[in-house]
Every structure is written in structure tokens, then in C-alpha cells.
Design a protein around this ligand. Structure first.
Ligand SMILES: Nc1ncnc2c1ncn2[C@@H]1O[C@H](COP(=O)(O)OP(=O)(O)OP(=O)(O)O)[C@@H](O)[C@H]1O
Ligand SMILES: O=P(O)(O)OC[C@H]1O[C@H](OP(=O)(O)OP(=O)(O)O)[C@H](O)[C@@H]1O
Ligand SMILES: O=C(O)c1cccnc1
Ligand SMILES: [Mg+2]
Length: 601
């Protein structure tokens, strides 16, 4: 049985148990029945899954969700219960043989080629190519689009937040409470990590995917304390266990008095900004420090950041320091985050200097509160001292753009290329079973993504850096005379072959729909984009599904290798997506063939 065979490959089911063969649109079942009734259900179809436009006004998208697609494919079988439900749902006139057919269905005859998860991808280029019996491929349409749409959108959103925040900042995903339901929350954590976040507050995602977990505490914890008298157990061992401070709260209060005197005496240094801090806040901080002396991080904006939160935090951090512990830092969750972070940093640096506490000035400052790309950008422009950003709502709900328009289009049936026409040229599908390639330029940046027909010769390139090779000199001559002939008269491809190199070839890359847009490219490197992730009966080797961490590293690497003008936030340069000359001609031949000729009256 194919399902057993698939299980032997060790691919678990989808993370979300709701991802079953029923997680599809009704019309996939009605079409499947009609195909079956017409004995057309096993016609061999090829579908491309792609999106039409990059999200968030950008020029790049991170491809995510593939692993879940393959998990669905590998375990795609109808249970009796599910078949019974379909039978109840479809008209009674539907013949029983159809349900026997559903009973026999799996994806053993489906072949999936896909771009690897974490790649930077562009519109129109197939992310996934599904080849198989037309009825099965269509049943797969909705779940595949569903699994890729949000995953890629939120991974891209995360990558964009990382781009603005900069490499050195810690990015924490705090969105679970605001995500679109439990699946949205789990997906957000997984794909934000993939897109370059460092950690999540979502404990379930930490367990499921091994994502690092991070967190601070909330305002409720601070406001739940009324006074320091509430703390009954006030003693704290020193970090090396050599002695005990019997009254940790008293020690913090003593530090507070010292800070106050200092602040009054040196009002320019500490700003002379506080008199009496909020003692219930001090109690909350002390209590948290007693619970986590090695991981003390305080939310400082419950009452007043500068007049209470920061001095209270410093008093506790200094009392911890006396016992050999190092406080972690603060979180700011309201107000002007640029201004407050700079003030807090000055305060910490002053304490480092005044009291000789090493590294106190480097205390971690985390900021949160309705952050998004724009606020991060504004903070950068103003100058800030934030080390870590906790981002929730805007990140996980993809507030700036709620969906990526992923589509699934038939490009071939029974070896016959198909096209979908539209008044809107950007919606015309690109027919044929295709291959796609990324062509890299001299500087190492991707220049263009190129689609060709399945059987066209792949673009060629120089396999080794020619600058290190004796052939380079001769090639120089080739450049100078603008000819493909070298000094001894042999053709460049022959010469390259002689030296064991693959020949570079000038490739005409054409805009799929705009006749005048074309460019020649001599690639320095060519990467075939789609790999076989589910071989079906083809006998091809199945590409392994790598761990999330590996996908994340791949994603970060790919984002970093993009040319900066494609990545900028304002008016980025469009990344080129093209087709070969042969495919261009074929698209337009088919277009003319399928478009009815109008008649003017
Ligand atoms: N320096 C800054 N430049 C630009 N935007 C900022 C800056 N500091 C904070 N923000 C953003 O301004 C908004 C402030 O929102 P709002 O006024 O609702 O919150 P608040 O009054 O500071 O805090 P809260 O109501 O949560 O206690 C947030 O989206 C925050 O991310
Ligand atoms: O602001 P987000 O980007 O969504 O990030 C997560 C937010 O969630 C928490 O508070 P919550 O918003 O629940 O309460 P608050 O607005 O009163 O702080 C936290 O304090 C952050 O502010
Ligand atoms: O740990 C935090 O600070 C946190 C977690 C979720 C939402 N807001 C904050
Ligand atoms: Mg909030």
C-alpha cells in the first residue's frame, strides 16, 4: 500500500491535525466526481503554484510552508469517516464507484518539484509543480495554497522586520495572543523564526519546532504587588553560595537611597529625576529577582519609566550585583521608545562609572508596543539604544498586507500545454511543464530568474572562477575582439571543454509578456530552482526535508546575497523574472491560438 510505503520514508503528518484531505474546497470534490464520471480523472495534469506580486510593496518574498505540504502529500488518504461525509455531501445521484475510487486514492502517482523552503522567490516563478492525475492534483490545490500563502507571507514580513532592525538586534516574536487563531499563532512562530527572528514567546512552538523561547513579564505582575511588606521570604544566597543576604529587599532599598542622593547631588548626570519611587513596583521587581536572580529583567513602564521604573530596576540590579549576580535588563512597553531607551542607557552608564559596576552600561534594553517596520525605521532615524525588539500584532497578523495571492494553475494536460488568458496581462498563466533557473552575475548577486521549457538545454556557465585559471587570458582576448573565437581559432565552448570547464553562454532573457523587454545574460553561476521533493513513481531521488534551523540559515543567507537595491524599502528595483526565447515564442503562439478573434460590426 502506498501509504505504508510513504510512512517507510518517515514523513510525519502535518503539524496541524486539521490538515486532512477534507481541508479543501467543495468544488474540488465536485470536479473530481465529474472527472471520474467522464473517465478523465487519471489524465496527467501539471499545475504550477506561484504568486503574482511581492507583498508589502517589496521586491522579494521568502518561500515557506513546503515541509507541511510534503507532510500532507505523504499522508494523503481518506478515512472511511471522511468518505462517508463526502457521500453525505454530494448529491445522491453520485455513483458508489466514485467512493471506491476515493478509498484507493493517495499521492503515490503524484510528483512534486519545488523550490527549497527559505529561498528568496519572485512572482510568476513556480514555487511548486504538481504533476499527477488531474483529480488528485485538484484536490490538493486548496490545501497547498493554504499551507504556502500565510507561511510565505509571514516569513517575508519577519525578513522585512529583520532588514529594518539590522543584524545585531535581537528580534522576539510576541504575537501569539493576537494571531489568527491557534494555527495562525503556531505558524507565525515557526515562519517568523525561519524569516530571521531569534526567538518566540510561544511555548508550544518552542516544543514543536525547537525554536528558542524568550520572555519577560507583564504589567499585571507589577501591579499585583501592593507593598514590599508582602514579601515574606527576603533572603537570597550569593551566586557562589558563600553567604546569604537576609534582607534582599532592604538591600535594594538602601541602594535606592544611595541612587537618590547621587541623583540629587549630580543632577546633571542622573538627571535629578526621581524622588520617591513606587514601592509596590520595587516589591514586584524584588520578588522577580528573588525568583530569578540570574535572569532578572524588569518591565519598567507600569508607573513612570524615569521616575520609578529605571531607578527601582537599578536598585535591584545593584543589590543583585552585591551578591555576584548580573541583571539582564529592562523592557520598555510605552512612550517614546527612542527617547526612553537613550535616557535609560545614560542612567546605566552613569551607574557603571559612579559605582564601578562593570558592564552595567551594557544592560539589555528590550522595547515593545505596537512595533512594525515603520516604527523600527523611525527609531533608527531618531537614534535609539534598544537591543531587542518584541513584536506581536503587526508581525503575525501581517497587518500591512493580509494575504499573498498564491495561485495554482493548470499548465499542461496529457502533455498538451495549457494557458489561462485574462484581460489583465499579469494574470495570464505561463503554459508548459517548465524548469526555472537563477542566473548570477559577476558580483555574485542573482540577476534574473529564468523559466524554460522542461526539455530545453539548461543555461550554461563557467563552473570555476575563471580569474584563477589560465583560460582567463584567452577569454580576455575573446572579450576584447567580441568574438567567440580564441587565438588559436577554436570556439570558446570547445576551449572551455578542453580545460574541463563548462562553457558560459549568452542567454536571451525575455519578459514573458512585454515584447520590448529583454536582456542578454552571461551567467557566472546558474542554480536550478526546483528539486524533486516527492518523486511519485518517477524513480527520482527525493530531496530531504531539512530541519527548521537549516532552512532559517539558508533563508538568511539568501536574503543577504540579494542586490541591495532589490531590498530597499522605498521604490526597490524590480527583480527580473523572464522566460527563454523559445518559451516566449510558445506562450505567444498559444495565446493567439486560444484567444478568439473578435468581429467588428
Ligand atoms: N520614538 C518613536 N518614534 C516613532 N514611533 C514611536 C516611538 N516611540 C514609540 N513609538 C510608537 O508609537 C506608538 C505609541 O502608541 P500609543 O501612544 O498608543 O502608546 P503609549 O501611549 O506609548 O503606550 P500605552 O498606551 O501602550 O501605554 C507605538 O506604536 C510605538 O511603537
Ligand atoms: O504590541 P505588540 O506588537 O502586539 O506586542 C506584544 C504586546 O503584547 C503585550 O501587551 P498587550 O498588548 O497585551 O497589552 P498592552 O497593550 O496593555 O501592553 C506586550 O506588552 C506587548 O505590548
Ligand atoms: O515575554 C514578554 O515580554 C511578552 C510576551 C508576549 C507578549 N508580550 C510580551
Ligand atoms: Mg499593546
Amino acid at each position: 500500500m502506498a501509504a505504508n510505503g510513504q510512512r517507510k520514508e518517515g514523513i510525519d503528518g502535518p503539524t496541524n491535525p486539521m490538515v486532512t484531505p477534507l481541508l479543501t474546497d467543495l468544488y474540488q470534490f465536485t470536479m473530481a466526481y465529474a472527472y471520474w464520471k467522464a473517465a478523465k480523472h487519471n489524465d496527467r495534469a501539471v499545475f504550477d503554484l506561484y504568486f503574482r506580486r511581492n507583498p508589502f510593496g517589496g521586491e522579494y518574498t521568502v518561500f515557506a510552508g513546503l515541509e507541511e505540504c510534503i507532510k500532507l502529500i505523504a499522508n494523503f488518504r481518506f478515512s472511511e469517516d471522511e468518505i462517508a461525509f463526502i457521500k453525505e455531501t454530494l448529491p445522491t445521484s453520485c455513483e458508489d464507484g466514485f467512493y471506491d475510487y476515493l478509498r484507493s486514492l493517495d499521492c503515490s502517482d503524484v510528483e512534486i518539484h519545488a523550490i527549497s523552503e527559505g529561498f528568496v522567490v519572485s512572482p510568476k516563478i513556480p514555487l511548486l509543480r504538481v504533476e499527477g492525475p488531474v483529480a488528485v492534483a485538484q484536490l490538493l490545490e486548496t490545501p497547498l495554497v493554504n499551507l504556502i500563502n500565510y507561511a510565505s507571507l509571514v516569513a517575508t514580513n519577519a525578513a522585512r522586520h529583520r532588514f529594518v532592525a539590522g543584524k545585531s538586534k535581537l528580534l522576539l516574536e510576541f504575537g501569539l495572543r493576537r494571531a489568527h487563531g491557534p494555527d495562525g499563532g503556531i505558524g507565525a512562530s515557526k515562519y517568523c523564526y525561519m524569516g530571521g527572528f531569534d526567538a518566540t514567546s510561544n511555548v508550544a512552538a518552542g516544543k514543536l519546532f525547537g525554536i528558542p523561547l524568550r520572555g519577560t513579564h507583564s504589567h499585571a505582575f507589577v501591579s499585583s504587588f501592593m507593598s514590599p511588606d508582602e514579601i515574606t521570604e527576603k533572603s537570597l544566597h550569593s551566586s557562589d553560595g558563600s553567604h546569604v543576604c537576609e534582607d534582599f529587599v532592604g538591600s535594594a532599598q538602601a541602594w535606592l537611597s544611595k541612587l537618590k542622593v547621587t541623583s540629587i547631588q549630580r543632577s546633571n548626570l542622573l538627571g535629578g529625576i526621581f524622588a520617591e519611587t513606587n514601592q509596590s513596583e520595587l516589591a514586584a521587581f524584588a520578588s522577580y529577582a528573588l525568583a530569578f536572580p540570574n535572569n532578572f529583567l524588569a518591565l519598567v513602564d507600569t508607573y513612570d519609566v524615569m521616575r520609578s521604573g529605571i531607578p527601582n530596576f537599578c536598585a535591584i540590579a545593584l543589590a543583585l550585583h552585591d551578591l555576584g549576580y548580573k541583571a539582564v535588563g529592562i523592557r520598555l512597553d510605552s512612550g517614546d521608545l527612542a527617547y526612553l531607551s537613550c535616557e535609560a542607557r545614560n542612567f546605566f552608564k552613569t551607574i557603571e562609572k559612579e559605582f564601578g559596576v562593570p558592564d552595567f552600561g551594557k544592560m539589555n534594553i528590550t522595547a515593545s508596543n505596537d512595533l512594525n517596520e515603520e516604527t523600527l525605521d523611525a527609531l533608527n532615524k531618531q537614534g535609539h539604544e534598544v537591543d531587542a525588539f518584541g513584536i506581536g500584532t503587526h508581525l503575525v497578523t501581517c497587518y500591512a498586507q493580509p494575504a499573498l495571492g498564491v495561485v495554482f494553475k493548470l499548465v499542461e494536460i496529457n502533455n498538451q500545454p495549457r494557458i489561462k488568458l485574462s484581460e489583465d496581462v499579469s494574470k495570464v498563466s505561463i503554459p508548459c511543464k517548465k524548469r526555472s533557473y537563477r542566473l548570477y552575475g559577476k558580483e555574485g548577486y542573482p540577476l534574473v530568474d529564468l523559466m524554460t521549457g522542461e526539455n530545453e538545454t539548461p543555461p550554461k556557465y563557467y563552473k570555476f572562477p575563471l580569474s584563477f585559471h589560465p583560460i582567463q587570458l584567452m577569454l580576455h582576448k575573446v572579450d576584447v575582439y567580441g568574438s567567440l573565437y580564441c587565438l588559436n581559432g577554436c570556439k570558446l565552448p570547445d576551449l572551455a571543454a578542453y580545460f574541463g570547464l563548462q562553457a558560459g553562454e549568452r542567454i536571451l532573457c525575455r519578459h514573458p509578456f512585454n515584447e520590448s523587454k529583454r536582456a542578454y545574460v552571461v551567467p557566472q553561476h546558474v542554480e536550478e530552482l526546483m528539486k524533486c521533493y516527492w518523486p511519485g513513481r518517477s524513480g527520482k531521488v527525493r530531496e530531504e526535508l531539512p530541519p527548521l534551523k537549516v532552512i532559517r540559515e539558508r533563508c538568511i543567507k539568501h536574503l543577504e546575497q540579494m542586490r541591495p537595491d532589490h531590498m530597499r524599502r522605498l521604490n526597490p528595483t524590480p527583480y527580473k523574472v523572464s522566460v527563454s526565447a523559445k518559451l516566449y515564442d510558445f506562450i505567444h503562439f498559444l495565446w493567439l491560438n486560444e484567444a478568439p478573434v473578435g468581429e467588428l460590426q
